[in-house]
Design a protein. Structure first.
Length: 351
């Protein structure tokens, strides 16, 4: 039931509060809407957030606007130092989601007595924004991961080493931005703790951290994605459990497996082995020409893998191979940073 007949000072102050917070909520929603539109290109979220703005605009009644000058706002123009510390899109999304949520909470409280409908609307939108914030952050994370996959040509796979963390930081300093962590022995507890430490390092250098095979450890360590082999968990189940904010890569070496991976929505493919390799002794190399045939129509990133090192990268590049995955050379190197720099230069060199 609406009741705007009163002109006492307390009601006018309430209207002024509602007016200010309707403006705040709609401003914050516009920031989220524009990021969904221009930053992510997600029409679904653009429509949803735009609808919230329109609903709040429709309920921004004249009586609220007329109350704006009832009391002079002596706090106008106040700022906080944290406002100047928003350096990433994620920080902007989170701060504006919080702005909307807080403003809607104020509207919900101060409109409850005289405008129950607006109070209910504010409550419903507020709970929607909690979910939208998470979705937008996840979509932003996925977009960043896709960008890293597209722009970086060296994919490094770990091997179990006593000084593994030191090696990884060295190659991250060199400029490597994709790390796949592979472990075959050790307890789950120890492997998880190591994965968490590697994830922290990768986050520091804005690098992708991908777990080989183990979905549980990928989830527990908040990895950026998972890599699945032919005998691992199927891609459809992995996607259902991981969601669309995470990267899923697939190992494939034939037309059928590649076709199935594409249909199920994998983000990249590892194809090989190109040459003989000690890490996959039981697998016969499929060779340059077959890989060229398998990849000629691929429209997602793919990495050649198997027996690749600094001695044959230029040969691969002459055959049109732009992205490679390495294990042994960097994991066994006495100077991993220097070797990584050399390989990155070789990959970036135009033949």
């Amino acid at each position: 039931m609406l009741n705007f007949n009163t002109t006492n000072n307390e009601d006018l102050r309430n209207y002024q509060i509602i007016d200010a917070n309707l403006d705040r909520a709609r401003e914050g929603l516009r920031v989220l809407e524009d990021w969904a539109r221009f930053g992510l290109g997600k029409e679904k979220y653009v429509k949803k957030i735009k609808n919230f703005r329109q609903i709040l605009g429709k309920n921004h009644l004249e009586v609220y606007k007329q109350s704006r000058n009832h009391i002079n706002d002596k706090c106008k123009g106040l700022t906080h130092k944290e406002q100047f510390n928003r350096n990433t899109s994620d920080q902007i999304i989170s701060s504006n989601s919080g702005r909307v949520q807080e403003a809607l909470r104020v509207i919900e409280e101060f409109s409850r007595l005289h405008n129950h409908e607006l109070s209910k609307i504010a409550s419903e939108i507020r709970y929607e924004i909690y979910t939208i914030e998470i979705d937008l952050l996840n979509l932003s994370s996925c977009k960043n991961s896709e960008k890293i996959l597209k722009e970086n040509d060296l994919y490094v796979i770990t091997d179990q080493k006593a000084n593994l963390l030191e090696i990884i930081e060295e190659i991250l300093i060199a400029g490597v931005r994709i790390i796949q962590h592979r472990f075959k022995t050790g307890s789950d507890k120890d492997n998880l703790q190591e994965a968490i430490k590697i994830k922290k390092l990768c986050k520091k250098y804005n690098a992708l951290f991908i777990i080989n095979d183990r979905l549980d450890i990928a989830l527990a360590s908040n990895a950026d994605g998972i890599h699945l082999g032919k005998d691992d968990l199927d891609l459809k189940t992995a996607r259902k459990l991981l969601g669309y904010s995470k990267i899923i890569g697939i190992s494939a070496n034939n037309k059928i497996d590649i076709s199935n991976a594409l249909k199920k929505g994998c983000d990249y493919i590892g194809i090989g082995p190109v040459f003989e390799t000690t890490t996959k002794k039981n697998k016969k190399p499929i060779g340059i020409e077959k890989i060229k045939t398998l990849t000629k129509d691929l429209n997602i990133p793919w990495f050649a893998i198997g027996g690749i090192n600094s001695n044959n990268i230029s040969y691969l590049k002459r055959h049109g191979f732009k992205k490679v995955a390495l294990v042994s050379q960097l994991m066994n190197s006495e100077h991993p940073k220097e070797d990584a720099i050399m390989i990155l230069k070789e990959l970036s060199y135009e033949n």
